[in-house]
Design a binder for this molecule. Structure first.
Ligand code: PXP
Length: 235
């Protein structure tokens, strides 16, 4: 199974001090060197982490696959068509949310969505839609013209015991259904070093998109070396 790494929170950390470090582009290149399939960033309406300039620099630097997560707005559509990532992922976006809270409401936006996707097709940019693992939503996503569906795993990550088993079953069945319609299937949100294990068996899911768990782990695994280095200098 392939891994795409979301580097938004490297930018969150950088923005906390308004300085240049840590640099999300440097992080993306490091992840690429490790063998990931792609780099994901979410250019949010409020630009709270990734900024326009980061996106432009990522476009220049990335040699695997740049996946731009974005809301379905004309502003973002223009930016995406200009930047030409290999892939866009449409996500619902609420200003007040801490992170993306659930899948895209296709029933509500179906007409606009279908029109919205057309220029991307013409530009040769692949399209993914972040949705709940439900058959009806998947069918509508296919009808709207998406290439890929990203199944929301946030609920799976939150649930425990039997409820988690049930949610995993729902994801597995949704993945098989999406694949039967000719869609590529990826999954993401809330996946971490422990709850990822069963996904290795779901062969219909080609790729997972993971951000928070990897960046959080990077801080803790890197901290020891960082402190030791400073101590060496001070000696
Ligand atoms: N996929 C989508 C569509 C997302 O919006 C996010 C969060 O930015 C992720 C995957 C990654 O989620 P997490 O940071 O919980 O790994």
């Amino acid at each position: 199974m392939r891994l795409a790494v979301n580097i938004d929170h490297i930018a969150t950390l950088r923005n906390a001090r308004g300085e240049k470090e840590p640099d999300p582009i440097e992080a993306a290149l490091l992840a690429e060197q490790c063998g990931v399939a792609g780099i994901v960033c979410h250019l949010r309406e409020d630009r709270r982490h990734i900024k326009d300039n980061d996106l432009a620099r990522l476009r220049q630097a990335i040699t695997t696959k740049l996946d731009l997560e974005m809301a379905m707005t004309t502003e973002l559509q223009e930016i995406a068509l200009r930047t030409k990532p290999e892939l866009i992922t449409l996500v619902p976006e609420k200003r007040e949310e801490l992170t993306t809270e659930g899948g895209f409401d296709i029933v509500r936006h179906f007409r606009f969505l279908t029109e919205f996707l057309k220029p991307f097709k013409l530009a040769g940019i692949e399209v993914s839609i972040f949705i709940e693992p439900e058959k009806k939503t998947i069918s509508l996503a296919a009808e709207a013209g998406t290439d890929i569906v990203e199944l929301h795993t946030g609920l799976y990550a939150l649930k425990q015991n039997d409820e988690r088993v049930l949610e995993l079953k729902r994801i597995r069945e949704a993945a098989a259904f999406a694949k039967s319609l000719g869609l590529k299937v990826v999954a993401g949100h809330g996946l971490n070093y422990i709850n990822i294990a069963p996904f290795r068996e779901i062969t219909d899911i080609e790729e997972v998109s993971i951000g928070h768990a990897i960046i959080a782990r990077a801080v803790m695994t890197g901290l020891e070396e960082a402190v030791r280095e400073m101590l060496r200098i001070l000696k």
